[in-house]
Design a binder for this molecule. Structure first.
Ligand SMILES: C[S@@+](CC[C@H](N)C(=O)[O-])C[C@H]1O[C@@H](n2cnc3c(N)ncnc32)[C@H](O)[C@@H]1O
Length: 382
């Protein structure tokens, strides 16, 4: 069964044009990753209410249902709600889940926008479809910036969710719609772990759910390689209302999982207890690294008054403004040679590279940092 869905996914990935992929955030999960994600749900029984929001052609639902039908998950009954806004995928999605049909399985396909449907369900709008509290949620949500005054942003704000990307909005709504002890497994970009823009999302998530497991693909271009997506992805398992305990961190280079490695870490190593930013660290080695033990790492760069944007100054384009040494009206230029394992040495006299660049109307644009929360999120590598 999975191999049939996988064939359709590969065909779609080849034939869907880049504009449509980016319009819908449509990067479908390869079968091996989908099976890995389904495998993260702990053994369970009883009545399963499953949500797959942004379901695509149903790759994740199929992986979950496959695990159920193979007897590893022992539910008496599964009710699936699949949300997919792109109606050109509906017939394939229906076909995928129809394979699991039986008296003990029902599936409802919602063609509407998940953000609007879920926020209306939460606020109890007059025309809202009521949604159950889900015991299981599996997600590969769309990835796209949410505009400040967009309808999505306003709808989310009404239910107390302040976030800047569709993917974090989907996860926040999944957390909101999860039943007590509900399990959520999602594959998402790693960008939510740091940065001020995702702080309200981190707070929303960490107040309501325990992090049980995070899996990191070490190679940035492997998780969605057929779509040439260049981005660090994380698979996260959350438990709604769970008491926070150890967090399992696993890694693999790619979706063959051939070098899979896993360690359990105390939560204090994941979110430092005194960190108001609630940054989420993903330690990939069992023992604490020197940098983690260094007190300065407990501060966000913003708190130290530093903003960073790597590489905006293309030096050979500004030759006339480069200066060997700093002077009035210049700003520092830092090259790898200035960095060492123990710190930064700047300026360095007599080096081949300049130490500074004149700040003037021609260069101002390039030496002023204007951070963007998701500049490179899910950008196809072309
Ligand atoms: C990253 S893809 C993943 C698809 C599928 N979950 C998978 O893993 O293969 C995200 C999907 O969400 C759909 N989508 C985008 N915005 C949506 C919205 N607001 N509501 C529901 N679905 C949406 C896209 O059409 C796309 O199929």
């Amino acid at each position: 069964m999975l191999s049939e869905v996988e064939q359709v996914r590969r065909r779609l990935s080849r034939n869907t044009d880049a504009n449509k992929k980016s319009q819908f955030g449509q990067f479908l999960t390869p079968a091996a990753t989908a099976a890995f994600m389904a495998g993260l749900f702990p053994p369970a029984e009883g009545h399963c209410r499953l949500l797959d929001a942004g379901a695509g052609i149903g790759s994740l639902s199929a992986a979950f249902l496959e695990r159920w039908r193979s007897g590893v998950l022992c539910f008496e009954r599964v009710e699936l709600d699949a949300f997919e806004i792109d109606d050109s995928l509906h017939s394939q999605l229906t076909h995928t889940v129809a394979r699991y049909r039986g008296d003990d399985f029902s599936a409802t396909l919602h063609g509407d926008d998940f953000i609007h449907a879920a926020t209306e369900a939460i606020t109890g709008g007059l025309f809202a479809t009521s949604l159950p509290q889900y015991s299981h949620i599996i997600l590969n949500p769309p990835y796209k910036k949410i505009g400040n005054d967009s309808a999505h942003r306003l709808a989310l704000r009404r239910v107390g969710i302040e976030t800047v990307n569709l993917y974090s909005a989907f996860v926040a709504l999944a957390v909101a719609q999860a039943a007590p002890a509900g399990q959520i497994v999602a594959i998402i970009p790693r960008s939510f772990c740091n940065g001020p823009y995702y702080r309200p999302f981190r707070e929303f998530m960490l107040e309501r759910a325990a992090i049980r497991h995070m899996h990191l693909f070490a190679s940035r271009n492997k998780a969605f390689k057929d779509d040439a997506v260049l981005q660090e992805n994380i698979i996260i398992r959350l438990e709604r209302g769970g008491e926070q305990g150890l967090v399992t961190i696993s890694t693999s280079t790619d979706d063959t999982f051939s070098d899979f490695a896993s360690h359990d870490h105390p939560f204090e190593r994941i979110v430092f207890p005194d960190d108001p930013e609630r940054f989420i660290h993903v330690p990939t080695l069992p023992e604490a690294q020197v940098i983690e033990q260094c007190p300065i790492v407990r501060y966000a760069l913003a708190e130290l008054g530093i903003e960073v944007s790597t590489g905006p100054v293309v030096d050979f384009r500004f030759k006339q403004y480069l200066r060997d040494m700093p002077a009035l009206g210049t700003v520092p230029l830092l090259y790898p040679v200035h960095f060492s394992t123990s710190g930064i040495t700047w300026p360095i006299e007599g080096m081949k590279k300049p130490n500074a660049i004149e700040r003037n109307s021609d260069t101002a644009k390039w030496v002023t940092v204007r951070p963007s929360p998701s500049m490179f999120e899910r950008a196809p590598a072309v």
